[in-house]
Design a protein around this ligand. Structure first.
Ligand SMILES: Nc1nc2c(ncn2[C@@H]2O[C@H](COP(=O)(O)OP(=O)(O)OP(=O)(O)O)[C@@H](O)[C@H]2O)c(=O)[nH]1
Ligand SMILES: [Mg+2]
Length: 202
């Protein structure tokens, strides 16, 4: 028992690596939907009803069926491999909840920024937030039905994204599709961490 944890009957290698991932993006882009689609535990949600009073600030254009909005966070968990577990934190989409972001972002390995090509500008502030803090992120374009399919490189140009930032088309309601986004993000973040470590030692 090299690491002296034998008395608990578990080798350190038995403990999966747990990583914190944020799911961010503008209002109504599908963050809660994505966390719910991939989570293997019943996701924690903090939804409140959208009200008539909130109509001037809550722009539901494009998601007219939307009845609720996240007021604190979503929480879910997914085991990507037996040795790799992701804890997912969905952010609230509305600007009035920005004050929660710093707390949610603490210790995050990276973030998924969900985008809707009908309202691409809604994800600018999330992208700025992660770029400024050096938090790796991937952009996932949530393909709502009836929206024009834009090639990812067109979206990359429109968002002025670095060529290394992964950008994928997805369906936030679909588990496999959302999982692919998470895998792309984790590989990107790990790759960046390795590069930074190499830079630090040379
Ligand atoms: N057609 C379609 N509808 C979707 C998709 N993803 C989400 N929706 C719907 O779009 C609406 C918004 O989804 P949410 O997951 O609540 O969005 P959100 O980003 O968490 O919203 P806020 O927390 O209020 O910012 C819901 O009515 C979903 O059912 C999608 O891929 N396709
Ligand atoms: Mg939500």
């Amino acid at each position: 028992m090299v690491f002296g944890r034998g008395e608990r009957g578990r080798e350190p290698a038995d403990e999966p690596l747990t990583l914190k991932i944020l799911v961010a993006g503008g209002f109504g882009v599908g963050k809660t939907t994505m966390v719910g689609a991939v989570s293997e535990i019943r996701p924690l949600r903090t939804e409140e009803s959208l009200t008539e009073a909130g109509r001037p600030v809550d722009d539901t254009a494009g998601v007219e069926g939307k009845r609720t909005t996240t007021v604190a966070m979503d929480f879910g968990r997914i085991t990507l491999r037996e040795d790799l577990v992701l804890y997912l934190f969905g952010t609230p989409g509305q600007n009035r909840f920005w004050f929660l972001w710093d707390e949610l972002a603490q210790g995050a390995l990276g973030a998924v920024v969900l985008a809707d090509t009908r309202r691409l500008e809604d994800c600018f502030s999330a992208i700025d937030y992660f770029e400024r803090r050096g938090i790796p992120f991937a952009v996932a374009v949530n393909c709502f039905e009836g929206t024009r399919a834009h090639p990812v490189e067109v979206v990359r140009d429109a968002l002025d994204l670095d060529e290394l930032v992964p950008i994928l088309l997805c369906d936030a309601r679909n588990r496999e599709s959302a999982k692919d986004v998470l895998i792309a993000l984790v590989s990107h973040a790990m790759h960046r961490a390795t590069e930074q470590r190499q830079h630090a030692t040379t």
